[in-house]
Write a protein that binds this ligand. Structure first.
Ligand SMILES: [Zn+2]
Length: 331
């Protein structure tokens, strides 16, 4: 119910006619009308419109807007008492503020961001290596290639990975964050024991790898880390928590969302959140010792990993909870 629509309906002249299209007509209060040429309609979403077909006066209101001077005049013409008018103005203002807050928090926007200085893609670096020779190549660059191939089992050219020889980043592989083709951040993963493991430039609400969720894909697989996502061309939350804005972005794809949680102590909470957002969850029968999607791909390969994920996907919240109880205790 809408306080504003309901109040206006109460104060419309008692003598009224209802048209099949939903208008209510009555003698317009805005002018000297005796032929019921004032029209009032309540539209979807609690919006209201008034139109006088005698003098042409119009007034309208919809949730999220404040009460206009014209709507104020209409209410006065309808003899709505001043204290009720001010109450309605406050109600409209409250709705206006809460709608703006929701929009600001949930629908994220992303500015373009620069990668670390002199960062070049591994493809560019490989050309450079061909020209300079391996003997003149930084050991750290070779480590970056080895890290992807040997530690992660990922083809260095399957994703636009970057590297730079600048201090602080030499021992890292840079994963750019794309959104609509633009770079909006990055994470730089250490290829050795350097701390922190990740140096990130991340904007709130970002979901990794959305750009690769093409129309031909039936569902979107959501993991925690970027290497998990790259392993199977899914998305990554870049953490164990699902943010409202991440849920919003993923829902925009219009696909079934399947969470594959990391099998660790934070996993159960991520699963609970996924249930609240109405996502499916997959907790596959991983081989022993496998804790995440990238581990699984290293052990059994990409196709078998994808097969296990789709086999184990579940949308029923009760079944998800039962499975989670078992899956996380069998660590
Ligand atoms: Zn009028």
């Amino acid at each position: 119910m809408s306080l504003i629509a309901d109040t206006l309906l109460q104060f419309l002249p008692a003598k009224r006619k209802h048209t099949p299209s939903g208008w209510i007509s009555f003698n317009a209060p805005c002018c000297d009308d005796k032929r019921q040429r004032g029209g009032f309609i309540q539209n979807a979403g609690d919006a209201v419109s008034y139109h006088c077909f005698n003098c042409g006066f119009k007034a309208s209101w919809q949730p999220g807007r404040t009460i206009s001077a014209k709507m104020n005049k209409l209410m006065r013409d309808l003899n709505v008492p001043d204290d009720i008018i001010s109450q309605l103005r406050l109600e409209a203002l409250r709705l206006n503020q809460s709608e703006n807050t929701i929009v600001r928090q949930v629908i994220p926007t992303f500015d373009e961001r620069a990668l670390p200085m002199d960062a070049k893609s591994l493809e560019e670096w490989s050309t450079w290596i061909e020209l300079q020779g391996w003997e003149n190549t930084d050991q750290e660059l070779i480590n970056a290639f080895c890290y992807l191939r040997n530690i992660r089992g990922i083809d260095p050219y399957s994703f636009p990975f970057y590297w730079t020889n600048k201090v602080g980043f030499k021992n890292r592989i840079i994963i750019p964050f794309y959104k609509d083709g633009k770079v909006v951040g990055y994470t730089a993963r250490a290829t050795n024991d350097a701390k922190p493991k990740f140096i990130s430039e991340q904007q709130p609400g970002y979901v990794f790898n959305l750009d690769r969720q093409t129309h031909d894909k039936e569902f979107v697989i959501v993991c925690e880390g970027p290497f998990d996502a790259i392993s199977i061309d899914g998305c990554a939350l870049l953490g164990a928590e699902i943010k409202d804005s991440q849920n919003w972005l993923l829902k925009q794809l219009g696909k079934e969302i399947i969470l594959v949680p990391d099998r660790d102590h934070e996993g159960p909470r991520t699963v609970e959140q996924a249930i609240e957002y109405g996502w499916s969850v997959s907790m596959p029968d991983w081989p022993k010792g496998v804790k995440d999607v990238n581990d699984a791909m290293l052990k059994i390969g990409r196709l078998a990993t994808l097969y296990l994920i789709t086999q184990a996907k579940e949308s029923n919240s009760l079944k998800i909870q039962l499975r989670a109880k078992k899956w996380f205790t069998e660590l």
